[in-house]
Design a protein around this ligand. Structure first.
Ligand SMILES: [Zn+2]
Length: 168
């Protein structure tokens, strides 16, 4: 961006800074070229976009790495449940306990699929959904308790909450 561009007054020859509509020296109207207008407009836009706003926009647009990892794990979990369901459906009759297991796998596949998609696209409900799911997972002592404790801690960090805070 050059600020040295000047507009020469047709009346007196004074070199006016870009953006002036009247000559500094004689007050005559200064002709505005298209280039001069765009330069002046660009300088204006630059001044209006404060660093804080840009920072907030970047924060909202960026998915934290941990969320990406959780979203992928959720989708992988959904895929494995779908595979387990398919295996069950092809190898056994869907009756009695098998029917119950099949339903469980189906619900897990759908639940984790929706959750993974929600996490990936930073839906605010997905964070709450995941915290609730992880709270249930805390019961799987000791491994589930540790893993889900870490996940809940991570999902309740302020910068993670901010990533989900955009209106979607
Ligand atoms: Zn002039």
């Amino acid at each position: 961006m050059s600020y040295e561009t000047t507009l020469t007054c047709l009346e007196c020859g004074h070199a006016n800074p870009v953006g002036r509509t009247q000559c500094e020296a004689c007050g005559a109207w200064v002709p505005q070229t298209a280039e001069a207008r765009s330069i002046a407009h660009g300088a204006e836009s630059e001044a209006q976009a404060s660093p804080l706003v840009e920072e907030e926009l970047a924060e909202v647009a960026t998915r934290p790495t941990g969320i990406t990892v959780l979203a992928v794990l959720d989708l992988v979990g959904s895929g494995f449940s779908a595979l387990a369901l398919a295996a069950l459906a092809t190898s056994a009759s869907l009756s009695g306990d098998f029917g119950g297991m099949a339903l469980l796998y189906l619900l897990i596949a759908i639940g984790y699929g929706v959750l993974g998609w929600g996490m990936w696209t930073l839906r605010s409900w997905a964070r709450i959904f995941h915290i609730v799911a992880s709270a249930i997972g805390l019961l799987g002592f000791p491994v589930g308790t540790i893993i889900n404790g870490v996940i809940i801690y991570y999902l309740t960090r302020p910068h993670v909450g901010l990533a989900f805070s955009a209106k979607r």
